[in-house]
Ligand binder design. Structure first.
Ligand code: SAM
Ligand code: SF4
Ligand code: SF4
Length: 340
């Protein structure tokens, strides 16, 4: 990763390198750990369209962020592929000089072969696809809408065939819900080019009924897999990397662990987040964020936007996951509003 000339750092000395853009708060799934149906039912009001940033507004913020040091952008949501013509935004972002990596996180439900090819053609290079189990009964309980596993697997293949490689598969491990699927998932993606990543169930937002008892520490999963298929760590840069990487000793591929609860990685967290309505968050567990839409819509020029963004980053002190045990429960933005 090239180092920007004027390295902007937060109060804990962390540079700005990643921007995660949530393009919509809507989703066609109701995952129990994210948007449980009991809370996000028919009466729930999502953001009206006029409140969403336009693609041009998002691209302006991204351009300023890239000038300040961002090298990786990930599009997420909600379900980002629900936003129509997302390819147009991808093309605007792919054209930003200095950006090295453009990726998308999706539940895969709208990732047809044609859409995957269109996204690749627009400049997208990688996707993460979420899948928590291989049996329809468990997966339906997780996604809340009875969505079948085979269609997500088809999306994985569509992405790979379009050149969006390597596809990373995000599996949230929640005790009593998906932890029994760990070995089957590992077996399914061994000997494929796809990289399975186990994500600890996190206390994002306030609606998912998080309880520490639901967290399966990554170490436990690592040991379970290692007993069946011996693993060894993959060396790599730590700054900005959320996943600890391992490879199968028999050459069957790579897996990753995202251990935000048991092994927090705040000291290397280089990530800024932009919500669909244009608020900037400096932590996944943030509460209020900083409004960018008002300045964007009242004629702020790039100099003003640059000083707003850099001020937000310079003032950053977030290290929620490292403080989790001691931190009092407080209001937090929901994950589908700022992306995973
Ligand atoms: N809808 C897209 C998807 O599901 O891939 C993108 C947005 S989703 C919020 C991003 C990621 O966050 C998904 O991989 C999802 O599994 C993960 N996620 C959601 N709630 C979570 C939680 N409570 N703990 C850990 N991961 C979570
Ligand atoms: Fe939707 Fe993704 Fe949240 Fe599931 S995890 S409800 S697919 S935003
Ligand atoms: Fe970054 Fe906040 Fe997560 Fe820590 S808790 S890694 S600061 S997003």
């Amino acid at each position: 990763m090239t180092q920007p000339e004027n390295s902007l750092q937060d109060r804990l000395g962390r540079p700005l390198r990643d921007l995660r853009i949530s393009v919509t708060d809507r989703c066609n799934f109701r995952c129990v750990y994210c948007m449980p149906r009991t809370v996000f039912g028919a009466g729930f009001r999502f953001l009206p369209r006029r409140e969403l940033l336009t693609f041009e507004e998002i691209a302006r913020v991204a351009r300023v962020a890239v000038r300040l040091g961002v090298r990786k952008i990930r599009l997420t949501g909600g379900e980002p592929l629900l936003r129509s013509n997302l390819e147009e935004l991808v093309a605007l972002l792919a054209a930003l000089p200095g950006l090295e990596d453009l990726a998308l996180t999706t539940n895969g439900s709208l990732l047809t072969p044609a859409r995957a090819r269109a996204l690749y053609a627009a400049g997208l290079r990688r996707v993460n696809i979420s899948l928590d189990a291989l049996d329809d009964a468990t997966f339906a309980t997780v996604n809340g809408v009875g969505y079948p596993v085979r269609r997500v697997l088809a999306a994985v293949e569509a992405a790979d065939a379009a050149g969006l490689r390597p596809v990373k598969i995000n599996m949230v491990v929640k005790r009593g819900l998906t932890d029994q699927a760990v070995e089957a998932m590992a077996a399914r993606f061994r000997h494929t080019p796809h990289i399975l990543r186990f994500i600890e169930f996190m206390d994002v937002g306030t609606a998912n009924g998080w309880d520490p008892a639901g967290v399966v520490p990554s170490q436990e999963i690592l040991e379970r897999i290692h007993r069946r298929w011996p693993l060894e760590p993959v060396a790599g840069p730590r700054l900005g990397m959320v996943a600890a990487r391992y490879r199968y000793r028999d050459g069957a591929g790579e897996i990753g662990f995202i251990s935000s609860v048991s092994q927090p990685f705040c000291s290397g967290c280089t990530r800024l987040r932009l919500s669909p309505e244009g608020r900037l968050y400096t932590c996944l567990f943030g509460s209020a964020g900083t409004d960018l839409r008002t300045p964007l819509r009242s004629g702020a020029d790039d100099t003003a936007l640059t000083s707003l963004l850099s001020g937000v980053w310079r003032d950053r002190t977030d290290r929620y996951s490292e403080e989790r045990a001691a931190a009092p429960r407080r209001e937090r933005v929901e994950m589908f509003r700022i992306g995973g």
